[in-house]
Ligand binder design. Sequence first.
Ligand code: ATP
Ligand code: MG
Length: 150
Amino acid sequence: LIREVIESLSIKLSQKEITASIKKGCEAPVYVFADKERIRQVMINLISNATKYGKPGGSIVISVYNTDEFKVLVEVSDDGIGIEEAHLPRIFERFYRTDKARSRDKGGTGLGLAICKHIIEAHGESMHVRSKPDVGTTIGFTLSSTRGEG
Ligand code: ATP
Ligand code: MG
């Protein structure tokens, strides 16, 4: 699914000469119990943000880990403009956009992350963010694993 999303965003990525790669934290296949099309939408939003706020010529890494027997952790990391600490608690709110995003004249309504949060919470899970201004941003979520069952 992540490979398909990267492929579907390849024009946007190549316009900024950004490379996207997948880092898998284990050899074994990762199974999750989730609504595939909703998770596709989450991945599109996160990878689009990483592209939009990413550094030209930079890289995006999408990592997938089994955290324990019951959960899978998915994170999208970029090496772009980053987010000031004061904004971090608010970026998942509807219509919230940082000044940096607005001043750099990047189109958007501020709904992408609110939609992601809604979808992930509907799966009974949560989203998280780590970021450093001018260094980069990591935004991710967990899902229930069906490892062993599915
Ligand atoms: P939309 O997704 O509706 O087109 P948007 O990208 O501005 O617009 P969100 O995806 O909800 O809105 O993100 C909210 C805000 O969080 C962004 O405006 C930006 O300020 C910040 N943000 C989100 N992702 C990143 C990122 N990867 N790097 C830096 N800032 C980010
Ligand atoms: Mg967005």
